[in-house]
Each structure stands twice: as C-alpha cells, then as structure tokens.
Write a protein that binds this ligand. Structure first.
Ligand code: ADP
Ligand code: ADP
Ligand code: MG
Length: 453
C-alpha cells in the first residue's frame, strides 16, 4: 500500500481524500495556493506545501510544480480529486514516467475516454447506444449545417473536451446555428484550450442517469447502481438521488451492464462514472464517461456501504477488487444537495446538520474565508432514508438546521425546491429547472418560508 499520497486538490474533496488516507494509515501532503493557507485540508494533512498564487493555472493546475513537490516530499502517489488535473491524460502519464502512481486510470485510458468524441466512436464500435449525432468532429459552420441535415433539429453542439456544462449550446432553428456554433467553440477554446466540436441530437426533456463503476487492474469490473442527476442548472448538477424513480429493475440491469461494457471497451480501471440520458420512451444513450471520482459519489456510498475512495486507492495500489457484482446490495434512498456560495468572504458562525442518516462533506469551519477564486460549492449534504419520502423529509430538516452565518447560499432555495410537487412526485427530468425555477424563486422572493407551505 502507498505510504504517502499528495493531494492535488482543495476544498471538500481534498478533505475527503485526507480523511480516507488517515483511516488507511497513509500519510498525506496537501498542496495549496496562497489563498488556501488557512483551510482544513492544509491543517489536517500530515504535511502541507504552498505551491503558488491563487490563480489555478499557477497552483492547482501547475503540473510541474505538483510533480516536483511529490518527488521532493517522497510521495508514492498523487490523488487528483475531481476537476483540476483529474482528467488530464498528459499529467497522468507524467506521473507514471516519474514513478508516481496517479490515482485514477492510466493516461491512455483517460485519452480514450476523456475526449467525448473519441469515447463516442468507441461506444458505437462496442454496441453501447449513443445519441444520434455527427459522424466525427465538426470544424466549420458549413460542416455543422451539413451534419444537421442528417440529424434534424433540435441539436446540441458539444465540445469534445467539455466538462462542467461548458462549451455546449442547444440549437432549435437554422437561424441560430452559426451563432451557437461559433460561441460554443470560443467558449471551449477559452475553458479547455481545445475547441474540437461535435454534435448530438438534442433529446428533449431527458433524465440524466449515471452509473457508478469500479474496476481493478486485473480486469474485474462492477457497477454499483445509478444516480439520477436531472436537477441541473445550466447543465450543472444541483441535487442527485438514488435509486432513480424512473428505472424498472430490468432497465436498471440493462443500463448497468451497458456501463460495464462501455468501461470494458477502454480496459478501464479505477472508480468511474458512465453517464446516460434517458428519453421519455425509456431509451438510454451514452453521453460521456467521467474517469474520476465524482462530486456525488457519497450518494452511492450511503446506499451500498462501499467506501468508493478507499476502493479507488486500493485499486491504484494494484489490489484485486474484493466486491463481486452479486455482492452489491443497495438499501433505502439517498439524496445529495450541493450547497453553493453566491458570494465570497469571511463566514461567521457555522452549524452543520447531524443526526441519523445525515452526512455532511465540507471544508468549512466557523470564521473561515470562502475564496472567490474557485468553485462555489462549499458543502454537500447527503441524507439517507428507508424510503424516498423519508429521505426528502430528512433533507428538509437537515437544510433547516444548516447555519452558515454571513454567507449567501442556495440552501433556502434548495429547501423550497423539495416542496415542489414535481420534485415530490419524483417524476422530474432535466427540464425541471427551466420549468420551475422561476416559481421557486418567487416563493423565495416573497419570503415564503417553508413553514407556510
Ligand atoms: P460531476 O460530474 O462530478 O458532478 P461536475 O461537472 O460538477 O462533475 O464537475 C466537478 C468539478 O470539476 C466542478 O468544479 C467543475 O467545474 C470541474 N470540472 C469538470 N470538468 C472540468 C473540465 N473539463 N475542466 C475543468 N474543470 C472541470
Ligand atoms: P459535461 O462534461 O459538461 O458534464 P455532458 O455531456 O455530461 O457534459 O452533458 C451535460 C448535461 O447536458 C447532461 O447531464 C444532460 O443534462 C445534458 N445533455 C448532454 N447531452 C445531451 C443530449 N444529447 N440531449 C439532451 N441533453 C443532453
Ligand atoms: Mg457530464
């Protein structure tokens, strides 16, 4: 097993990794930017090293400084978390070349799966259904026009290197096409330094259903159930739950097996997620694979009792997966709600919810600074109930208990969201936000407190 792991991330996921390592008897080295000096990961890691100024490009994305620090500090592995360098094939390769284990799949696997268009071609070959779309990359507006001829409106223009909902545009009419293509391409170039574009049919009002998978370096691959992540704002997830209300046992099995088939096609190992959209007729289509641990992984941990991060580390160290597909048991219902800050600054008093069936993953502490430089997510509240209704009630009371003084967050809004009839019914899909957020905002603006409902 590893002796010392460098944590190449910040915030709640850095803390999650450090906590896991401590339980496994592994030392940690937290690297941090000057903006993060007084944060929990830095305080709780065995060692910490400042690697640069706040700008991510100068610190958390600085491959050479991170690698040199790992070597200097005698680390035998690097955990990249999510975001930042987690899906960077070049960095994974550099680690390998320097004798340091990258905790994730190999650089070659990331290359195959991380590029969405390449992954799409691979899925077509291995027989996993993909959304109808362009045959390859689209370079110009003319090529985009030609591609729509075959696909038919509406379409979704997507960046092959895309992530976090960026570089994506919906197009409903021919008039919008040129503008949408150009802006999506520009956005992709700015965000990912890669403006390869492709096109998919826009599936109307689909569910976003993803499957958690685990695979080892010995060819064993299993799936650990799904998460419905259809509550999204601008293609960014806000609330995730499992099991997905729409799936029958049969469809769940079909999709889980397709997820394993997708991962097998790339000889995948490590933790990973295969994402699908599911249309109103219950047809599912592969959209992408995330070759890393995900923000919403605790949902699956709550239901299966499997510590995904621990498994990911064991796999990286070459251990055989001890869990068999038939051992995976899922019990009850889990929901995660992301708490996002709407401004930066110093917070006052902090009180996190607790009690039966509640887990809070957060790097906040009373009096800490919320930095303006990075992702706005400051906490994840994860609840589990025996039934979906119990989980909803537990989430509501957890959100009511949450106090983050002097910080504007989406917590009250999310609490109101759980009272929306469509959410309660569980019948929602990815159009939920567009359809209902105004209503919920109105409740919010009118100061309708949850007690009035
Ligand atoms: P998940 O699928 O785990 O929910 P998200 O899309 O919410 O992932 O992304 C998790 C984090 O990683 C967010 O902070 C997001 O901004 C960041 N992220 C995701 N993809 C990329 C990418 N390709 N480049 C940079 N940051 C990314
Ligand atoms: P990212 O890398 O940014 O997560 P994804 O390809 O996973 O990009 O897409 C993000 C979200 O956009 C999905 O969760 C889904 O809601 C929506 N989406 C993606 N592809 C399609 C599609 N072909 N039709 C309809 N919605 C889609
Ligand atoms: Mg995605």
């Amino acid at each position: 097993m590893f002796k010392r792991i460098l944590v190449a991330n910040r915030g709640e996921i850095a803390l999650r990794i450090i906590r896991c390592c401590r339980e496994m008897g592994i030392e940690t080295v937290a690297v941090y930017s000057t903006a993060d000096e007084e944060t929990l990961p830095v305080m709780l890691a065995t060692h910490s090293v400042c690697i640069g100024p706040p700008r991510a490009a100068d610190s958390y994305l600085n491959e050479d400084v991170i690698l040199t620090t790992a070597l200097k500090m005698g680390c035998d592995a690097i955990h990249p978390g999510y975001g930042f360098l987690s899906e960077n094939a070049r960095f994974a390769k550099k680690c390998e070349e320097n004798g340091i284990t990258f905790i994730g799949p190999s650089g070659e696997i990331i290359e195959k799966m991380g590029d969405k268009q390449t992954a799409r071609q691979m899925m077509i070959k291995c027989g996993v259904p993909v959304v109808p779309g362009s045959a390859g990359l689209i370079e110009t507006v003319e090529e985009a026009k030609a591609a729509v001829e075959n696909i038919g409106y509406p379409v979704l223009i997507k960046a092959s290197a895309g992530g976090g909902g960026k570089g994506m545009r919906k197009v409903f009419t021919p008039e919008e096409l040129a503008g949408a293509f150009t802006t999506a391409k520009e956005e992709a170039r700015a965000a990912f330094a890669n403006d390869d574009m492709y096109m998919e049919k826009l599936i109307l009002n689909p569910h976003h259903i993803e499957f958690q998978i685990l695979g080892d370096k010995h060819g064993n691959l299993i799936y650990l159930g799904e998460r419905d992540c259809s509550i999204q704002r601008r293609n960014q997830k806000l609330l995730e739950e499992s099991p997905a209300w729409v799936l029958s046992e049969d469809l769940r099995k079909q999709m889980g097996e397709a997820a394993v088939k997708a991962a097998k096609a790339a000889d995948y190992y490590s933790a990973g997620t295969v994402e699908f959209v599911l249309d109103s007729e219950n047809h599912f289509y592969f959209i992408e694979m995330n070759t890393r641990i995900q923000v919403e992984h605790p949902v699956t941990e709550m239901l299966t009792g499997v510590d995904l991060l621990k498994e990911q580390i064991k796999i990286a160290a070459g251990r055989k997966l001890e869990i068999k597909q038939e051992d995976v048991k899922s019990e009850g219902h889990a929901i995660e709600c992301r708490i996002n800050a709407e401004a930066a600054g110093k917070i006052g008093q902090l009180h996190f919810p607790g009690g039966y069936g509640v887990r809070v993953d957060s790097h906040l502490y009373g009096g800490c600074e919320v930095s303006p430089y990075y992702d706005s997510m400051v906490a994840k509240i994860i609840v589990k109930g025996q039934t979906r209704l119990e989980a909803i009630k537990r989430l509501r009371r957890a959100l009511e208990e949450l106090i983050i003084e002097d910080l504007k967050t989406n917590a009250e809004f999310m609490n109101l969201l759980t009272y929306h009839p469509e959410f309660i019914r569980g019948s929602y899909n990815t159009s939920f936000w567009e359809k209902n957020s105004e209503t919920i905002y109105r409740w919010y603006e009118e100061g309708l407190s949850v007690d009035d409902e």
